[in-house]
Structure formats: structure tokens, C-alpha cells
Design a protein around this ligand. Structure first.
Ligand SMILES: Nc1ncnc2c1ncn2[C@@H]1O[C@H](COP(=O)(O)OP(=O)(O)OP(=O)(O)O)[C@@H](O)[C@H]1O
Ligand SMILES: [Mg+2]
Length: 212
């Protein structure tokens, strides 16, 4: 599958999820290519930290330019079981380029009003992209969910009303382990101290996206 992790809103966990999905699929024996479409190269930096820590590296490249990204993915996707694209923040050429060549987009959002409103913006981008790529599947996932309170449900209800975007039945909670593991370039399974709840949430997300 070619999967873009994207949102026109910044700071919602795109790089965290792109990295974790790429590492999870690799751990499951799949051939994965991780593409960093963000000028800040967050994912590539994490992969470098990973290599410095002596962990086996994964195939990764940076294409902040949408056109170069599209050309490279079209040419090289056949060598991999999965291509995971971190589109970076905002409505960039990398985001649109990634969406044009993807089978699906994963849209993380936080359980906050601004994040929910931003998904209407994403829906408009998707409508545009689907003129060219009408098979593009869109999946929203609640990320950094609160341990309690009504915000998770309120945000989820609002997203469920947006046409053209499917709300996944799984969510990721706000957990230090996700942030710390990703900063060290580690799959949540590799991170210590072991966080069983975080591991279970990530495994459920991978199953939902890739086993379906
Ligand atoms: N589930 C989570 N639990 C705790 N922290 C999280 C979680 N998801 C993301 N974060 C933290 O939130 C911040 C933003 O995450 P990340 O950098 O992945 O977002 P992004 O969408 O890629 O941002 P940008 O738009 O700047 O590229 C980071 O500090 C990350 O560690
Ligand atoms: Mg990022």
C-alpha cells in the first residue's frame, strides 16, 4: 500500500505515526520505504538517531518537492510492499504529490476544536485530489486522546459527519512513550520502559489499516 500520513494542520502526529507505521511494518517482515516530505526532515532525523543507536535502519528518503516525490514513488514503489509518506505540515506540494500517488491517506487529529475544524480544509483538498485519484481512501484517526473527559467523543462525532473521510474505530492515547520512542527512532515495541498499552494501541492501528 502507498499511504500518505497527512493533514493541513501542523503538530497532530503525522511524523510520529508515519515513523511508527514504517517501523511496525518492517518488524512484521514487510519491505517498507519511508518518505519524508517535510523540509524539516523529522522522520529522517529520527532514522538517523536510530542508526546512531545501533538499530537496523530502514529505507528512507526525503522529497520535500511534490513533483519529485510523485516521480520517485511511481518509479520505485514496485520494490516495496508499502510506501509510507510523511507529508509534513500545511497544504504543501509534498502533501498533494503524496495524495496523488497514494492508495490511502491517514489523517491524525487531536481531540481539540481547531484540529476538528481543520479537517474541513483537508476534505476540500481531498475533493480536489480525487478528480485525479478517485480511489483515494481517507482514514481519520484520533491521536493523543485524553485519558478522560468528553473531548474525545465530541471530536470523533464531529469528524464522523465529514463526507469522504472515514473515522477509524481505533485511537491512540496521549502517552509519553509514543513521543520518546519516536524521538529515539524506535518502534514502540523496542522502547523501554515497555508500555504495553501503547504497544497494543499501535498494533491495533496497524491491523486496522493494513489487514483490512
Ligand atoms: N499519541 C501521542 N502521545 C504523546 N505525544 C504525542 C503523540 N502524538 C504526537 N505526539 C507529540 O506531539 C508533537 C507533534 O507530533 P509530530 O511531530 O509527530 O506532529 P506533526 O504532525 O508531524 O507535526 P508537523 O506538522 O510540525 O510536521 C511531538 O512532540 C510528538 O512527540
Ligand atoms: Mg511532522
Amino acid at each position: 500500500m502507498i499511504l500518505t500520513v497527512g493533514n493541513t494542520k501542523g503538530g497532530v502526529g503525522k511524523s510520529t505515526l508515519a515513523l511508527q507505521l514504517a517501523l511496525a511494518l518492517t518488524a512484521r517482515g514487510q519491505r517498507v520505504w519511508l518518505i519524508d516530505g517535510d523540509r524539516q526532515e523529522t522522520c529522517l532525523s529520527a532514522i538517523t538517531v536510530r542508526a546512531d543507536g545501533g538499530r537496523p535502519s530502514i529505507a528512507a528518503a526525503a522529497y520535500p518537492d511534490g513533483r519529485a516525490l510523485r516521480i520517485q514513488v511511481k518509479e520505485q514503489a514496485k520494490h516495496y510492499d508499502h510506501v509510507i509518506i510523511d507529508a509534513g505540515g500545511r497544504d504543501s506540494t509534498a502533501l498533494r504529490g503524496g495524495l496523488l500517488v497514494s492508495d490511502a491517506v491517514l489523517i491524525p487529529f487531536f481531540p481539540r476544536s481547531f484540529d476538528v475544524w481543520a479537517l474541513n480544509d483537508v476534505a476540500a483538498v481531498l475533493a480536489d485530489i480525487r478528480v485525479e485519484n478517485d480511489g483515494l481512501k481517507a482514514m481519520a484517526v484520533l491521536n493523543a486522546a485524553d485519558p478522560q473527559g468528553s473531548d474525545n467523543e465530541e471530536a470523533s462525532d464531529a469528524i464522523a459527519d465529514i463526507p469522504g473521510i472515514e473515522l477509524l474505530p481505533v485511537r491512540l492515547s496521549r502517552r509519553k512513550a509514543f513521543a520518546h520512542a519516536s524521538g529515539a527512532g524506535l518502534h514502540i515495541d523496542e522502547y523501554r520502559p515497555r508500555d504495553a498499552a501503547a504497544i497494543a494501541e499501535m498494533a491495533a492501528l496497524v491491523d486496522t489499516i493494513f489487514a483490512g
